[in-house]
Design a binder for this molecule. Structure first.
Ligand code: SF4
Length: 461
């Protein structure tokens, strides 16, 4: 990454080489989803190196210790398969650490060998290695396809499969799948659903797990995450709201097919209109009017937007990250009258470019834009060298481009390794929209303050 200043301006066609990918590996998402189940210890079925990488990436992003088990593959397991290691691990983990759930995901190595997690979990059950009332759930997460978002989605299906049942007694609750978002976002989604008087089960829920307060006592399993009693009810819910096609739709459709719980798949509620759609769906589900408190929050977004519109107007933006986040961000940037001209995601999916095109058309995007799925940060940098932008939005890896090209930079998405705040302050909902606008305005005006000639420097521009 530090060599980005040597990125050439000339773009050559590449078909078999990714440079600085705009994604991380599947098991990281699976591990993150597993942490959102109360009393759960994620378990990486592969080598220690993979597990160390997944844990350290989550730790660096959340600044919290991330506990996880590993099947500790060595040469023997790599050749003959990891069944014996996993059976031993399940027994040891339940005996020593006493979690309520172990969420096992595969790695490139165990996938290539062909280990069947379902069969191994069944064997563990038959051999009495899973204590009464405890669970082993699992997901297949080969990292040579997809990304951390795919892994998150696969583990959401693992949770639904592991706890849901067809024919569960009806509860009148609504399942909410939050997508691969921050714990602060999950907390905000619960607050909005509660304010709308919607009885809900949000899963996975990492709020209070990876942004826990320091209270002087260590709890390996914090009193947070979606409780198992609630997860056992998901098959009896009256519907599912899945936020994000890439991270949440798969589990929602699984529950629709298997448990006959109908689902609605929405964009992540980032920005004004995506939040409107989320609130409107909650309103229809609850059969109630939107409370004044939420109307007021929306009004604040509209007020900010209209007060500060001149600073946002027609600023060119380059952004990268996860598809669900980018779709909503692009729509919000267009609502701010900004110009998202360069968009890259590392997570594959045919619908991405189509959805971006729809948003651009709906909002009469006045200039051409570039979008690549899957693409990489190297290409993004080359685009920027050819057509400079006013703002970057993306994960920490963009800091090298920001420095090399002297472009204001808002950190958003995963991972953010060099700033704090994402764990505590949401970017979803109307409150999140206010925060995003504040962050964008802050970096744009800070650059103006730093670079405007002294004789033209104004208290207010
Ligand atoms: S080997 Fe595969 S699972 Fe392990 S860290 Fe690398 S990409 Fe991720």
């Amino acid at each position: 990454m530090t060599l980005l200043r040597h990125t050439p301006k000339e773009i050559s066609e590449r078909s078999a080489l990714t440079i600085n990918p705009a994604k991380t590996c599947q098991p990281i998402g699976a591990m993150y989803a597993g942490l959102g189940v109360r009393g759960c210890l994620p378990h990486s079925h592969g080598s220690q190196g993979c597990c160390a990488y997944h844990r350290s990436t989550l730790t660096r992003h959340y600044k919290e210790p991330i506990s996880a088990g590993t099947s500790s593959f060595t040469e023997g397991a790599s050749v003959f398969g990891g069944q014996a290691n996993l059976l031993q691990a399940i027994q040891n983990i339940f005996t020593i650490y006493e979690p309520d759930v172990i969420a096992v995901h595969t790695t490139c190595l165990s996938e290539t060998i062909g280990d069947d997690l379902g069969q191994i979990a069944d064997k563990a059950q038959q051999e009495g290695k899973i204590p009464e009332g405890k669970y082993v759930i699992h997901a297949s997460t080969p990292s040579y396809v997809g990304s951390h978002v795919t892994g998150f989605s696969n583990m959401c299906v693992g949770i639904a499969k592991g706890f849901g049942k067809a024919g569960t007694q009806k509860t009148g609750k609504v399942n909410i799948l939050p997508g691969f978002v921050e714990p602060s976002d999950m907390e905000e989604l619960k607050r909005l659903a509660t304010a709308m008087d919607v009885k809900h089960i949000l899963f996975p829920d990492t709020s209070g797990v990876v942004n826990a307060p320091l209270m002087g006592e260590y709890h390996m399993f914090p009193d947070a995450g979606t409780p198992i009693e609630e997860l056992l009810q998901i098959g009896g819910s009256k519907g599912t709201i899945a936020l994000g096609e890439w991270a949440s739709a798969q589990a929602a459709r699984f529950m629709d097919t298997e448990f006959k719980v109908p689902c609605a798949v929405l964009d992540l509620p980032i920005g004004l209109r995506a939040t409107d759609r989320f609130i409107d769906t909650l309103r229809k589900v609850a059969g109630k009017n939107v409370p004044a408190e939420i109307d007021r929050e929306r009004g604040l977004v509209v007020d900010f937007l209209s007060d500060m519109h001149q600073y946002f107007y027609h600023k060119k933006v380059a952004l990268w990250g996860d598809p669900d986040q980018l779709i909503s961000l692009v729509e919000f940037l267009r609502d701010l009258d900004m110009l998202p001209v360069a968009i890259v995601t590392g997570t594959p999916g045919k619908k991405f470019e189509k959805r971006i095109a729809e948003i651009m058309e709906e909002t009469n995007m006045p200039v051409p834009y570039k979008v690549k799925c899957p693409g990489d940060m190297f290409l993004m940098h080359q685009w920027i060298k050819n057509e400079p932008v006013d703002l970057l939005i993306g994960n920490t890896y963009g800091k090298f481009i920001a420095r090399d090209e002297n472009i204001p930079f808002v950190r958003h998405g995963f991972p953010i390794l060099d700033r704090q705040g994402h764990q505590y302050f949401p970017t979803v909902g109307y409150k999140g929209a206010l925060r995003l606008m504040e962050k964008i305005l802050d970096v744009l005006l800070s650059k103006a303050d730093a670079e405007t000639p002294e004789e033209k420097l104004e208290l207010v521009y």
